[in-house]
Design a protein around this ligand. Sequence first.
Ligand code: UDP
Ligand code: MG
Length: 328
Amino acid sequence: MHHDPTDRIESSVELSVVIPMFNEEEALPALVGRLRPVLDATGEAYEVVAVDDGSTDTTAEQLMDLRVTWPQLRVVRLRRNSGHQAALTAGLHRARGHYAASLDADLQDPPEKIPEMLALARSQHLDIVYGVRADRSTDTGFKRCTAGAYYWLMRRVVGTHVPAQAGDFRLLSRGALEALKALPDQPQVYRLLVPWLGFPSGEVTYHRNQRVAGHTKYPLRKMVLLAVDSIIGFSVAPLRLATWLGTLAFFVCLGVLMYTLTVYAAGDTAPGWTSLIIAVLFIGAVQLICLGLLGEYIGRIYTAVRQRPTYYVAHDTDTAHAPATAIA
Ligand code: UDP
Ligand code: MG
């Protein structure tokens, strides 16, 4: 019978490192070259949960090959591309460690910081340790601007406790992880949900590097989606915008009415065509904005009610009999 190299791993894993990967064949060798020595040197019982998010390149094959010589590597393959946050969810749901770190595959976040995070969590009894970027000098000006705007907005929407410049590089204790898993939120925007849990937390600063190989899997479209999910997932303030815009429109109309009456009293008639069109378009715009906003919320309510899994696991090297699906 084929011998599974992961048989040897005890269920008492101390540290899980979860890495979502989507078409990362170019970055993978460099990642393994740096991550494995760091983890081996800690002397901890660890596992690496590599989540292949429906890659269409050789990522999955490479991972399976690596397992032959790296028994701590566990490969979870999703049936299709489900997105960074869903892949992260799949990995975190399957992590068995007392602590779980999440890391990007492209070495933008230094794996060397993981032991530091673990040491800090243990010595200070922290449940969450954020990797916080000391600077963004290696990001493009565009990425810096959009990220700046995002965190500025999120501090206002979620509250002041969202650590700025903290992405998805962090360490969670088992307690924090279970609390996170118990949340029914869909989609999961971890960088906001984790601070929201309110566990004792600390920070490790690091220098964020450039992607080691390959190209970004986060085009502008996905960045906008993340921002919309972030705001709507945490705030109903935009719904109130309808009230404000409606009130504004009401007063504008009132002003125009007064003007018209004044002009009429003076024995004249207000010129109609332009102001009429402006008024009609203005009200139309306000109504459409409000309808769109309602739609965004209703769409999310619909998604939540449907309770469809956010990912399907096609294959997990460590749990042959695990359920094939999980509600995220
Ligand atoms: N990723 C994923 N599924 C996706 C998109 C991205 O699993 O649909 C992974 C990707 O392989 C990487 C991490 O999420 O490990 C962050 O993606 P990326 O580095 O492309 O984003 P950026 O750093 O450019 O924001
Ligand atoms: Mg990256």
